[in-house]
Design a protein around this ligand. Structure first.
Ligand code: COI
Length: 358
């Protein structure tokens, strides 16, 4: 689908920083593109966005998001496809999830049209920043946060919405080592686990730091009540291939409804895979390792894409997985997803938002 660019107010950067970027070494999140989009929620409505050079913004130390955590974000990607056009992947699905997160945090929803027009305008302006090397993309980071200065515990009346973009390579450079977490909790049912709010990530730092000190990359979160069932890995959802079936924890209010998760579950049957979305217990995974019936485990996420898991530590024992070969499900589904986004395979699900560059 292609729509015309909206003419938001636009202040062009005096001198592009693009020549300072090492496009052969795109560490995730290190570089921010020339421009950013900003919009205010004031007087009960979203105002017209403006696009301006990326830079600092004025803020009050009393800004409510700093004190009470009203801050929500998304993570999305844009690519240059095989014809040289721009493809933003599944913006409608991201808009839907952003609005669910905003509603949970008592923040004003952003109309889908405004959201997509904003992405379109910004990505079109900074299209030179879209990397074309294999596995790289322009990572898009929309954020909404409470801007009003006030110390009283209240829902802010003044919010800001902004989008940054960042040329990014792979999130993980090698297969990950995960530790099943049985002490700390990421999210409880009824909490904010399904929302992409800043506090979910801040709260994960301490347990993740402890796991890193023990040689792991991430923790594998378990349910808050019993530490019995697997939830997700914090920056990615998780999937397992057991007895030849694709198994993943079913969504609850404690898990993020990953867009890549949803894409993979949609593509799996076409690749001959039976899918089970259900409760997955730690005991079942341990048993599968002992029996040798688990052949693959991987994380899925916008940043992580499809990231192989090398090791899962369960109750102090490391269980290792073989390196994923080209015939593995994770390889095949990642390739399919990339091919669809880059235009080498038809976009039968209507996931690609195409901006023509011709
Ligand atoms: C994403 O996959 O986009 C995320 O938001 C995860 C992490 C980089 C925060």
């Amino acid at each position: 689908m292609t729509t015309s660019t909206t003419s938001f107010a636009f202040e062009r950067i005096a001198k592009s920083r693009i020549n300072e970027i090492d496009f052969n070494n795109l560490e995730f999140g290190k570089y921010i593109s020339d421009h950013m989009l900003m919009a205010d929620f004031l007087d009960g409505k979203w105002q017209e966005p403006t696009i301006l050079p990326f830079g600092d913004i004025p803020m009050s130390p009393a800004m409510l998001s700093l004190h009470y955590g009203q801050s929500v974000f998304e993570g999305m990607k844009a690519f240059k496809n095989k014809d040289g056009d721009i493809c933003i992947f599944r913006p409608q699905k991201h808009s839907e999830r952003l609005n669910k997160s905003l509603a949970r945090m008592c923040m004003p929803e952003i109309p889908e049209e405004l959201f997509i027009q904003s992405l379109h305008a910004l990505v079109e302006i900074d299209q030179a920043w879209i990397p074309t090397s294999e596995g790289a993309s322009l990572y898009l980071r929309p954020v909404v946060f409470a801007y009003e200065p006030r110390l009283g515990v209240k829902i802010a009346d003044h919010m800001k919405f902004f989008i940054l973009t960042s040329p990014a390579g792979a999130y993980f450079s090698k297969p990950t080592r995960l530790k099943v977490e049985e002490t700390f909790v990421r999210a409880a049912e009824g909490g904010t686990g399904f929302a992409k709010c800043a506090g979910n990530y801040g709260g994960a730092f301490y347990p993740t730091t402890l796991a890193r000190q023990q040689g792991f990359d991430q923790v594998l979160w378990t349910d808050a009540k019993e530490h019995k069932y697997i939830d997700e890995a914090g920056v990615m959802n998780v999937m397992f291939v057991i007895d030849g079936k694709l198994i993943t924890p079913k969504l609850t209010t404690a898990l993020l409804d990953g867009v890549t998760r949803d894409s993979i579950l949609t593509l799996a049957p076409g690749l001959g895979m039976t899918v089970e979305q259900r409760k997955v217990s730690v005991a079942e995974i341990e048993e599968a390792f002992k029996k040798g019936s688990i052949t693959e485990a991987f994380g899925t996420g916008t940043a992580a894409v499809v990231s192989p898991i090398a090791t899962i530590n369960i109750h102090g024992t490391d269980y290792n997985l073989p390196a994923a070969d080209p015939g593995s499900f994770q390889h095949r589904v990642k390739e399919k997803l990339n091919n669809m986004r880059l235009g080498f395979e038809p976009d039968v699900h209507g996931w690609n938002y195409i901006i023509s560059t011709q």
